[in-house]
Design a binder for this molecule. Structure first.
Ligand SMILES: O=P(O)(O)OC[C@H]1O[C@H](OP(=O)(O)OP(=O)(O)O)[C@H](O)[C@@H]1O
Ligand SMILES: Nc1ncnc2[nH]cnc12
Length: 173
């Protein structure tokens, strides 16, 4: 019931940003207060009761529910950003995307050694972004407690890359 409601707020956009990619557009989900609130509750559900010191959100769509999750779990929120956006000393990690390559960066002092970290993003596709995120958090001394996603593209099997971690996705395609 809830899943159908959320699903109706995600639109398929064919051939974006490249031919052959069916882009899952979460804009309608963001626009609806009710859909945001249900989605946040479903994301929180699997990690409630676990120690989560920090929610890490991946630029840019991982920031959106990432902040709501951090609020709901009473945790710190930290950004993983694309290159050149964060000031000061940074740690970086290159990765491959479903449609290209990119780099993630983290501020050196953003994670304290031993912090229990939940990594959040809107979509799990190839898993390249997710595994890079885990690597960068570990470089900083954080303990990755798991991942959650609004959408998991099962047919790409990105979860294989992060199979050693707890993974919770609201919707599967
Ligand atoms: O599992 P993967 O194959 O690595 O793909 C998933 C990533 O791709 C998208 O980000 P994108 O780089 O398009 O950035 P955006 O959030 O700024 O649109 C999505 O938001 C995830 O971060
Ligand atoms: N098909 C897709 N839709 C939305 N975001 C994505 N990120 C990677 N693949 C994606």
């Amino acid at each position: 019931m809830n899943n159908e409601f959320i699903e109706s707020h995600i639109h398929d956009i064919p051939d974006f940003p490249k031919e052959g990619i069916i882009f899952k557009d979460i804009s309608p989900l963001l626009a609806s207060a009710k859909a945001r609130s249900i989605t946040t509750e479903l994301l929180v559900r699997d990690f409630r009761g676990q120690t989560i010191d920090v929610v890490v959100g991946i630029e840019s769509r991982g920031f959106l529910f990432g902040m709501l999750l951090a609020d709901a779990l009473n945790a710190k929120f930290v950004m993983l950003r694309k290159p050149g956006k964060l000031p000061g000393a940074i740690i970086s990690q290159e990765y491959e995307l479903e449609y290209g390559t990119d780099t993630l960066e983290l501020q050196e002092n953003a994670i304290s050694p031993g912090d229990c970290v939940l990594i959040h993003d809107d979509v799990l596709a190839t898993g390249g972004t997710a595994i890079a995120a885990a690597q960068i958090i570990q470089k900083a001394g954080g303990k990755v407690e798991g991942f959650n996603f609004v959408i998991e593209l099962d047919f790409i099997n990105g979860r294989e890359k992060i199979k050693d971690y707890k993974i919770a996705s609201v919707l599967h395609y």
